[in-house]
Design a protein around this ligand. Sequence first.
Ligand SMILES: C[S@@+](CC[C@H](N)C(=O)[O-])C[C@H]1O[C@@H](n2cnc3c(N)ncnc32)[C@H](O)[C@@H]1O
Length: 385
Amino acid sequence: MTADVEPSRLEPQVLPLFADRTPRVVDLDQVPAGDAAEVPKPDTSGLPAPTQRVIVGDARKIDLPDASVDLVVTSPPYWKKRDYGHANQIGLEDTPQGFVSAIMDCLEEWRRLLRPTGSVFLNVGDTYHKRSLMGIPGRIEAAAMDAGWLIRNRIIWAKEKGMPEPAKNRLANRHEYIIHLSPRPNYYYDLFGYSIEYGNGANPGDVWTMGLDRNMGAHLAPYPRELARRAIVLACPPAVCTTCGVPSERIVARTAQLDPRRPQAKRAMQLAVEKGLTEAHIAAIQATGVSDAGKALSFQTGTGRNSKSVQTLAKEAKDALGGYFREFTFAKKVTTGWTDCGHEGRTRGVVLDPFMGTGTTLQVALQTGRDAIGVDLNPLAPEVG
Ligand SMILES: C[S@@+](CC[C@H](N)C(=O)[O-])C[C@H]1O[C@@H](n2cnc3c(N)ncnc32)[C@H](O)[C@@H]1O
């Protein structure tokens, strides 16, 4: 090996964690799927228990201060589906345009309430009217885009089961949408934590297959707790600075650990040991990526070396490992901490449901250590959906 670094030899099957340089053996057969132990939370032990607040009122005018909410998770009444028996209710407008306009008034108000890193998960279904789908979710997306919102995802809620439908010449509806939208591009988003919980480490995609909760008796919740939980895990910070409003964000580091259950990964580790590759070689592979280990002009932090030596190391590693070098670009990542803006004082992330109904969102927010605020013209209305 010709690289200008002093190599530290890899022990067979014991690959060091770059973050602390402590070699450790990881028996991945003992690690449960999802490896929850690798997802530490920021320390919220000094904070008061999560709080809940219910406001009786209209989702378009909410008595809360500007920039006081981290995430909106909600399901408005769908167009022409149900009468909630209140003069100010949304959902019974004469036209789809009227309905979308009411939803846009809501979004305007929620934009005011969101912190700069805030976003909205809006669960909405479509409606058949005069034998045609009205394309309500698409109309909302288009209007929101025109009003300056970023549409980040249109998630499909795929229902495992559904009510029988009388129509004989079309398929029964078995999905709804959850539109994720934000006023700004730098919204809080914990894809790593979410992927560990819902994707076994990989990005699990934009189809959420969920049944309805079973324990709601005659009054089925229009959305399952899992829907609220997914949104909160993804986009509500566990802790936020009370001085500057900046959330703590997860710090993720890549390790050299491969999953020995995969035969290719096992062979890559054997080759690395046989050929005398070092931590620096593995870091160089990871810094240069899968496309062409010799061509990196810049590299990610963590190697502590200049790009020329990284290229040399990556080339050596590629020559030694052949096609197996790619395995090290799939190495396990771990949480090493959470960012801290340096100010004193933190608060829990705040979840708002402006159409709270029975309070599904609030319940999940409290369970996941967030403060919860609900708004409804008829809070805890028994008939929801
Ligand atoms: C689809 S339900 C929400 C159900 C809720 N996700 C749950 O888990 O129970 C819609 C709710 O919006 C409320 N609502 C209708 N118009 C409203 C308005 N203008 N402002 C606030 N709430 C409203 C209704 O009372 C109803 O509880």
